[in-house]
Design a binder for this molecule. Structure first.
Ligand SMILES: Nc1ncnc2c1ncn2[C@@H]1O[C@H](COP(=O)(O)OP(=O)(O)OP(=O)(O)O)[C@@H](O)[C@H]1O
Length: 420
């Protein structure tokens, strides 16, 4: 469980420690030292002592908080914290955190103030996923007053982080300046707002169910990051936006702003078929090739493979951070073993390449083949090519040459691209 040293997570820690025999899994305590304040090492020590006094296993992880400009300090610290904890927890472990009812209602209000859509307004889920990390929030329906009562009854000693008083931070401004006033008028404020968040979470489930159906109808392919634009246009405008957002989330990408989402739908999807419109956001890009919308990560094409001069065996070859070439042994197909003896050269398109494809009697230009296979223009330069004695013998992932083929009862080697 994530223990900041603050009151809420201290209550959770104390409850878990005093009821540990009721939990089948072993509970461990993790504190993250963000190193953002001068006292942070003292807090870490305080947390270690509290955990030791309750005989709980304790880990302290030090992190560097970066990328503050884009997301704000609170969010950058959270990302660094989750990344560090994710490294610590096993695949079957879950992380318990101490957010409570007021945290939930404040989150809803903060999302409302930034003009969030349905998903953001659903605020925090009792069980959610951050990359591979499963996060459980057992206190989400419990009021801060009830937690304070527990902490006082058990004489807990917690840390008051001075930055919690800084009303330059939006959440603190709401908490200290706005909430007391609202609560005077609406004593059930937190429960009511949390109920709204729950209702919105439920609406989101329905929207996701619709998006899931629509994903099939637009022939979305998560491996390629592609979908069919004609099919997309058969949906109503809100459904187009809904399915596109859902798809981008499935690709594990940051969602574009509403404006950029709309630009994808108008500028990219409605452009002339031969146009090359694109919209980029964060490190992602949406492009169109013919009738297909492609959404991908903007990667610099690394030419590291050029350091692999010649290939003599069927070992996997690392192309870049995401791709490798592996060899599939097949009877009568691919590249015959003998060609490896003098070495295969691996490179990318330079222009003017020709190949006689397996089963064909004539040569065709690579450019024509790429067009015929409808390979998006921007992907063409990153398709690995294999040469044997200056002759193109394989367009990796697509086809091999007739001249490289083994005899029908001989084993050949088919180069295939896999994710690393
Ligand atoms: N430095 C940290 N180390 C470990 N867990 C943390 C840390 N900061 C926050 N958390 C976890 O995230 C939850 C929410 O964080 P938030 O910043 O809202 O709380 P806090 O005011 O710092 O602490 P608390 O919620 O314990 O009073 C905490 O309850 C705790 O479980």
């Amino acid at each position: 469980m994530a223990y900041s040293g603050g009151m809420d997570s201290h209550v959770l820690l104390h409850f878990l420690a005093t009821h540990r025999e009721q939990f089948p899994q072993k509970i461990q305590i993790v504190h993250v030292d963000h190193q953002l304040q001068s006292q942070s090492a003292h807090w870490a020590e305080h947390c270690r002592q509290v955990a030791a006094s309750l005989h709980m296993p304790f880990h302290c992880l030090k992190v560097m908080v970066t990328d503050i400009n884009q997301s704000g300090l609170e969010s950058a610290a959270r990302t660094a914290r989750y990344q560090a904890i994710d490294q610590l927890i096993n695949d079957d472990g879950v992380l318990l955190t101490g957010q409570h009812l007021q945290d939930q209602s404040e989150t809803l209000m903060l999302q409302l103030l930034r003009g969030a859509g349905n998903r953001g307004l659903g605020a925090m889920k009792a069980i959610s996923q951050w990359q591979n990390l499963q996060i459980v929030r057992p206190l989400l329906t419990i009021s801060r007053e009830a937690l304070l009562e527990y902490a006082t009854t058990h004489q807990l000693q917690w840390i008051e982080d001075p930055s919690n008083q800084n009303t330059q931070i939006n959440r603190n401004f709401l908490r200290h300046q706005i909430w007391p006033l609202l609560q005077q008028r609406w004593p059930a404020l937190n429960r009511n707002l949390a109920r709204s968040a729950n209702n919105l979470q439920e609406s989101q489930i329905l929207l996701d169910e619709i998006a899931q159906e629509d994903l099939n109808s637009v022939e979305a392919d998560v491996i390629d990051g592609s979908l069919n634009i004609t099919k997309l246009h058969m949906l109503s405008a809100p459904r187009q936006r809904n399915v596109l957002r859902f798809f981008i989330k499935q690709l594990n990408m940051v969602l574009p702003s509403r404006i950029n989402l709309q630009r994808i739908l108008t500028e990219v999807c409605q452009a002339a078929v031969d146009g090359q419109p694109q919209v980029s956001w964060s490190q992602y890009i949406a492009r169109r090739y013919q009738n297909i919308l492609y959404i991908s990560t903007l990667t610099q094409h690394p030419l590291t493979v050029l350091s692999v001069n010649l290939i003599y065996d069927q070992q996997p070859i690392l192309l870049d951070a995401e791709r490798k070439i592996v060899w599939k042994a097949l009877k009568g197909k691919g590249i015959r073993a003998e060609l490896f003896r003098s070495g295969l050269a691996l490179t990318f398109r330079q222009g003017g390449e020709k190949i006689q494809l397996s089963g064909k009697s004539h040569h065709q230009s690579l450019k024509k083949l790429f067009q015929e296979w409808q390979i998006p223009v921007w992907q063409r330069d990153s398709i690995p090519l294999l040469f044997a004695s200056q002759q193109l013998v394989a367009i990796v992932g697509y086809a091999c040459a007739e001249t490289a083929k083994p005899l029908s009862d001989e084993t050949g080697w088919l180069p295939v691209i896999e994710q690393t």
